[in-house]
Design a protein around this ligand. Structure first.
Ligand code: GDP
Ligand code: PGA
Ligand code: MN
Ligand code: MN
Length: 625
């Protein structure tokens, strides 16, 4: 019904009303006007990011039925949104890297010739904001005032996106002032839900389109997104800019944009270490970032839970910042027992909840929040729900919250936020951790032999798929550095960039690489390792290795904890179970080898030679056992 060819009366930009302060930066105004000419919004609204603006847009979204205001005494200043049931996750099939040359997108990205893609998308964008407000959001990724601050301007016809961007980025007047002062360049980020309104047409609570495109033009440093309101597809500062476009910037400028949490670990002796960890979506980053150690005397502070930008510092080491300003966390599984610091962060209010369940008192709930389920809820599809019967008209085992339901919460509410969070210099990284969800094969923790082996570990990282992306769940796939859906260029070139960074900075300056797996399962299909706060025991072993306090045990795939080295005091599980989590199993690795070979074959001539060499070493060692 909203075919792009549809006839409508086109307005000149001069006739489109403007609200808010027009930026004193002509480059923004020119681009905004060009977009308005194409998309034909009802009006243009320049956002200032203020609390007044938040309240005004919350009211608007409440009127349109997009959000419900939660009860302030349950959850202060917070809102709840239910999406269209088909718009609940990132759409990797519809995500494109439109580099000029196909080879630069590589085998792991969808590619289309840029002009061809623009032709398709101009057709979709043509008049797509009719009847809607076009919001303009100046934003900054990373602390304002850094010498190399990265700016963006997102244009969107969704007020939900505006509120989310206010939480997730530095957005609004202070950013614009800085952009004007610097006459700054910015990444133009165009977003539309792709559902124009005809005159008099009533809106739906969650407008979106069946046709979705999440498109990146890496050479132009431009992002075009169409058809989805879901965070990962619509908050363009996050995955699209801070990972896909920024990874290309990093390649060109000698730094790294990674899908990593950043934490500060403080030992009982008061020595501080910084750890960056890459796990695929819904594999434990937010939880590890806010870890509450179960071993006495150790402390964790949070710097980031999803994205790290790492640059060489004056001393040659890698320094990381978190470009974001909020958490966009997986709700299910988050509770006082698993992630108490996330609960403390959320309980302060100012949240946007999406696709969780609603309580009868105007609060929120999701599986894992509390051990005891509330007797009655409204589920993420708006249906009456009880623990015994599930949703009305549904199956009794249907969950109340969608598995990829999210909380969106300001990071400065985190009680253990590091004081370095706003430091534009970042923090020096001692340890890089890779991980994923593997029910077998991958030991609880393995240390790499050197930087090249560490890059190999990241390059061959794998995980069972999760609900964070549309598609089947639980399917094993390679996910190099947890960047498979986020690398803005050829993954072979990306791995070469990792090797180059090591060669340039020198082995002694690079972080030590470890590989973890919290998700190994017993024969009965239960997680062996208790995880969460007890992951501090694994972090402690890493530090003991750095400090030379433990020897570890050599295996064909790296160094694992030797017997007795993992601190399990008070853990409450048998040594036999610990052994099952930590061990190297030769026949499992014999099965893994052909999968690794198959993965590397897909790189063709772009496979960095040193990584082929690492595979040879692992193959020889596994076979020799
Ligand atoms: P992220 O998407 O990478 O940030 O992952 P989250 O930290 O949000 O975790 C995703 C899901 O995995 C949530 O349901 C968590 O409860 C669960 N999870 C996180 N850490 C662990 C762990 O150590 N063990 C187990 N079994 N589950 C975990
Ligand atoms: P996550 O972030 O990694 O915390 O799940 C969202 C995503 O990657 O889709
Ligand atoms: Mn992520
Ligand atoms: Mn997360």
């Amino acid at each position: 019904d909203d075919a792009p060819s549809e006839q409508f009366e086109r307005r000149a930009v001069a006739d489109i009303p403007v609200e808010g302060e027009v930026p004193a930066l002509q480059s923004i105004v020119d681009w905004v006007n060009k977009v308005a000419e194409m998309t034909q919004p009802e009006k243009i609204y320049y956002c200032d990011g203020s609390d007044e603006e938040w309240s005004k847009l919350v009211d608007l979204l409440e009127q349109s039925g997009t959000v419900i205001k939660l009860n302030d005494s349950e959850m202060p200043n917070s809102i709840y949104a239910r999406t269209d049931p088909d718009d609940v996750a990132r759409v990797e099939d519809q995500t494109f890297i439109c580099s000029v040359k196909e080879e630069d997108a590589g085998p792991t990205n969808n590619w289309m010739e840029p002009e061809e893609m623009k032709g398709i998308m101009r057709g979709l964008y043509d008049g797509c904001m009719r009847g809607r407000t076009m919001y303009v959001m100046p934003f900054c990724m990373g602390p304002l005032g850094g010498e190399d601050a990265k700016f963006g301007v997102e244009v969107s016809d969704s007020a939900y996106v505006v509120l989310s961007m206010k939480i997730m980025t530095r957005m609004g007047k202070s950013v614009l002032d800085e952009m004007v002062r610097l006459n700054a360049e910015f990444v133009p980020c165009l977003h539309s839900v792709g559902m124009p309104l005809k005159p008099g047409q009533k809106d739906v609570p969650w407008p979106c389109s069946d046709i979705k495109y999440i498109v990146h033009f890496p050479e132009e440093r431009t992002i075009w997104s169409y058809g989805s309101g879901y965070g990962g597809n619509s908050l363009l500062g996050k995955k699209c800019y801070a990972l896909r476009i920024a990874s290309v910037m990093g390649r060109d400028e000698g730094w790294m944009a990674e899908h990593m949490l950043i934490l500060k670990l403080i030992s009982p002796e008061g020595k501080a270490y910084h750890i960056a960890a890459a796990f695929p979506s819904a594999c434990g980053k937010t939880n590890l970032a806010m870890l509450e150690p179960t071993i006495p005397g150790w402390k964790v502070e949070t710097l980031g839970d999803d994205i790290a930008w790492m640059r060489p510092g004056p001393d040659g080491r890698l320094y990381a910042i978190n470009p974001e300003n909020g958490f966009f966390g997986v709700a299910p599984g988050t509770g006082a027992a698993t992630n108490p610091n996330a609960m403390r962060t959320i309980e302060q209010g100012n949240n946007i909840f999406t696709n969780v369940a609603l309580t009868d008192h105007g609060g929120v709930w999701w599986e894992g929040m509390t051990a005891v389920k509330p007797p009655h809820l409204t589920d993420w599809k708006g249906r009456s729900w009880t623990p015994e019967e599930g949703p009305e008209g549904g199956r009794p085992d249907e969950k109340a919250a969608h598995p990829n339901s999210r909380f969106c919460t300001p990071i400065d509410q985190c009680p253990i936020l590091s004081e370095d969070f706003n430091n534009p210099q970042g923090v020096p990284i001692d340890i890089i951790v890779f991980g994923g969800r593997r029910e077998n094969t991958i030991p609880l923790v393995t240390q790499s032999r050197d930087w090249t082996h560490g890059v190999f570990m990241g390059a061959t990282c794998s995980s069972e798929t999760t609900a964070a992306a549309k598609g089947a769940v639980g399917v094993l796939r390679r996910d190099p550095m947890a960047m498979l859906p986020f690398c803005g260029y050829h993954v072979g070139d990306y791995l070469q960039h990792w090797l180059d960074m090591g060669a340039k900075q020198g082995e002694e300056n690079m972080p030590t690489v470890f590989y973890v797996n919290w998700f190994r399962k017993s024969a009965e299909g239960k997680f062996l390792w208790p995880g969460f706060g007890d992951n501090s025991r694994v972090l402690k072993w890493m530090i003991d290795r750095l400090e030379g306090k433990v020897q570890g045990q050599e295996t064909p795939v790296g160094v694992i904890p030797a017997e007795g080295e993992l601190d399990i005091e008070g853990l409450g599980i048998d040594q036999a179970v610990v052994d099952e989590c930590t061990r190297y199993v030769a026949h499992e690795w014999a099965d893994e080898l052909p999968r690794l070979e198959n993965w590397f074959e897909g790189f063709g001539h772009k496979l960095p030679k040193p990584l082929a060499g690492e595979l040879d070493k692992v193959r020889d060692a596994v076979k020799a056992q």
